[in-house]
Design a protein around this ligand. Structure first.
Ligand SMILES: [Ca+2]
Length: 283
């Protein structure tokens, strides 16, 4: 009995030693990675919509912008945004935003823009969505964020983080950007990410940022393709406060130009989920 216990104890100590060696090895490898990659714990989910309830999007998470905004939402966009099911509906686990070519309230196109303003805002963390994009000349979908103080601190003062923007005429490339005072519009801090031998409109892809104090990392699927820090922006860093989320499908506008005769309508942007995690490494 005692002997057996003693042997078991030795076995346990041996097994513990092995575990420690393995852990130490992992630790050394973790520290040896590219210094732009930070090991961060984004396991605590703070907001998620899996779009599992058919019908209108969950009104406790999503508001809508309606109409044409001022000057096509500041970008000469051509669509009229509605919250009609023809433009925005949840079906079979997916949020479907549809851009239609139709005469509506003086506009040639309709579509939808959802936002979590006044419903969900967060500072720092991982913001991620799994999306299949539409395509075609003049089609402009985006998954992005605005500073929650925008009503009192007008754009670009409030700051903007574009997790994913896409020109429908370039279906293999997305753009991630940050806008702030002194670096907005065409002077935004941006980087493109291009799929090799693949397109963003033929399958779902994950678009995300991991946002910490003084750093925003941009991801497509599991690829970290850009990091933006205060040293990269040509003005004040305005990203240490809560932001809210927007998802929209624009038609036309200065960023993409107008649709042409080859642009097929309707076009749909399919969102499988939106998930937000807290950065639990922060003090
Ligand atoms: Ca889903």
């Amino acid at each position: 009995m005692n002997l057996k216990n003693e042997m078991m104890k030795k076995e346990t100590i041996k097994s513990l030693s092995t575990t420690i060696v393995v852990l130490l090895t992992l630790f050394v490898f973790a520290c040896a990675t590219d210094d732009t990659q930070t090991v961060t714990n984004f396991s605590k989910i703070t907001m998620r919509d899996e779009f599992n309830s058919n019908g209108a999007p969950n009104s406790s998470l999503w508001n809508f912008d309606i109409g044409t905004g001022e000057n096509g939402w500041g970008n000469n966009e051509l669509q009229y945004y509605t919250d009609r099911p023809e433009n925005v509906i949840v079906q079979n686990g997916v949020l479907i935003i549809t851009a239609n070519e139709e005469s509506f309230e003086g506009s040639q196109y309709t579509s939808a823009r959802l936002l979590t303003q006044n419903l969900f805002e967060q500072r720092y963390g991982r913001f991620e969505a799994r999306i299949q994009l539409p395509w075609g000349q003049g089609i402009w979908p985006a998954f992005w964020m605005l500073g929650a103080d925008i009503d009192t601190n007008p754009w670009p003062g409030a700051g903007e983080i574009d997790i994913m923007e896409f020109r429908g005429q370039n279906p293999s490339t997305i753009i991630g950007s940050m806008h702030g005072p002194g670096y907005s519009g065409g002077d935004a801090i941006s980087k493109e990410y291009t799929l090799e031998n693949d397109r963003f409109d033929t399958g779902f892809h994950r678009f995300g940022i991991e946002w910490s104090p003084n750093k925003v990392n941009f991801y497509v699927d599991n690829v970290l393709y850009n990091q933006i820090t205060p040293e990269d922006v040509t003005g004040p860093w305005v990203f240490d406060k809560p932001f809210f989320i927007l998802i929209n499908l624009a038609v036309g506008g200065t960023f993409v130009g107008s649709p042409n005769s080859e642009t097929v309508f309707p076009q749909t942007m399919l969102v499988d989920y939106v998930r937000v995690y807290e950065n639990t490494n922060l003090n």
